[in-house]
Ligand binder design. Structure first.
Ligand code: SF4
Length: 377
């Protein structure tokens, strides 16, 4: 018996493995990286699918592989091109780490993705989960892999009555996944666990279709709805933000954009100047104040454009957007306090740039305006 845990009395490791692998052979989804299991494709899919729905992830994956078909194309690509291809997926540090890892693979491994778990783990932006995913799925190495789906499945299967966010709970599940891993079959077994958790033992489990139901302790006890035990959700934070769009004083077809700094949230993405509305402040005044603080350019609000609402992690953001008018200040040599670079960009080229989600909605809205209303604020 493993010293860190004991399986329930009714559980048979052999029957569980067989039921799971048979189910996967018949029901696995035909995902694009499952055709050849190249390490590059598996790596990209794993990074993209973290925090992203599968349908959306597949669409981004296909577009990415057309644009950057191999490691060297990522290593050579300008950062703005990578960010643009990633735009909308969020967690932008990932794509920058991906570029750093690609360059490291070119330098240290001659452009060939390393096969050893330790070498994969040493690449920038790759943690233990992604290293285990690439090692097991691309190289079929005997490494256990536990994602949120597997955590949920095991919590029900083994009636684990402790919250999943506890390190001890996670360590126990990893130990069980490792113990159950059939040697030489990590590619199928790891994917089967995750796929089964995503499609059958999902948030509302489909126990009537479960091929391992007779192995499931929480089903036997009639408490599947009470497993897993979840950590308390953090409070939702509501934030009000204002931003200003400014036309160049002599080239009115061009709008001011600035690039977010490396140590900010959404590093490297582009935005219009703006920031949080302070207590008691009107959003119009906040847009004017933020423009001056972030660029040294003095503007006044000409008219409102839209109020855009979006959510990320635990934040709910209300973004007030205004057309602004140039008053004074260094339009061609702004004093950037919150950005690493600036550009005056023709309005019809805005969609070439990568923006955080709220600004993306604004840019898409401007892009859909009828042609006659463009270029005139
Ligand atoms: Fe999940 Fe239900 Fe199967 Fe148990 S019986 S493993 S809860 S799908």
């Amino acid at each position: 018996m493993n010293p860190t845990f004991a399986y329930p009395r009714h559980f048979s490791p052999g029957l569980f493995r067989a039921g799971l692998l048979d189910w996967f052979a018949e029901h696995q989804r035909p995902l694009p990286w499952r055709t050849e299991y190249t390490p590059y494709a598996v790596w990209i899919s794993e990074i993209m699918l973290q925090q992203t729905q599968m349908d959306r992830g597949v669409s981004y994956f296909n577009h990415w592989m057309e644009r950057f078909p191999d490691i060297s194309s990522v290593a050579r690509a300008p950062e703005d091109d990578l960010l643009k291809a990633w735009e909308g997926l969020g967690y932008y540090a990932r794509v920058r780490n991906l570029a750093r890892a690609a360059r490291r693979i070119m330098e240290l491994h001659g452009g060939v993705f390393p096969a050893r778990y330790e070498d994969i783990l040493a690449l920038p932006g790759i943690g233990s989960y992604t290293a285990a995913a690439v090692a097991s799925i691309a190289f079929n190495a005997d490494v256990a892999l536990v994602d949120a789906n597997v955590n949920r499945l095991f919590a029900r299967l083994f009636d684990i009555d402790a919250p999943l966010n506890l390190t001890a709970t996670r360590n126990k599940i990893v130990a069980m996944a490792r113990d159950l891993l059939p040697p030489g079959k990590a590619r199928e077994y790891n994917q089967a666990l995750m796929e089964f958790g995503a499609l059958v033992c999902r948030k509302k489990p489909l126990c009537g279709r479960c091929p391992v139901a007779d192995q499931c302790e929480s089903l036997r006890l009639g408490i599947t709805a009470e497993r897993p035990i979840l950590a308390e959700r953090p409070d939702i934070m509501h934030v009000t933000v204002a931003t200003g769009l400014l036309r160049h004083p002599r080239r009115p077809e061009e709008l001011f954009l600035q690039k977010r700094r490396d140590n900010d949230v959404w590093p490297g993405l582009w935005e219009f100047p703006g920031g949080c509305v302070e207590a008691g402040e009107h959003p119009e005044d906040a847009a004017v104040r933020e423009f001056a603080e972030e660029t040294g350019i003095i503007v006044r609000v000409r008219e409102p454009i839209a109020v855009i609402r979006h959510a990320y992690t635990r934040y709910r953001v209300t973004l007030h957007c205004f057309w602004c008018e140039y008053i004074s200040g260094p339009a061609d040599n702004p004093t950037l306090t919150e950005a690493s670079a600036f550009r005056w960009v023709p309005e019809n080229r805005l969609t070439d740039f990568a923006f955080p989600a709220g600004f993306r909605k604004l840019v898409d809205m401007l892009d859909k305006r009828p042609p006659l209303s463009r270029g005139v604020s």
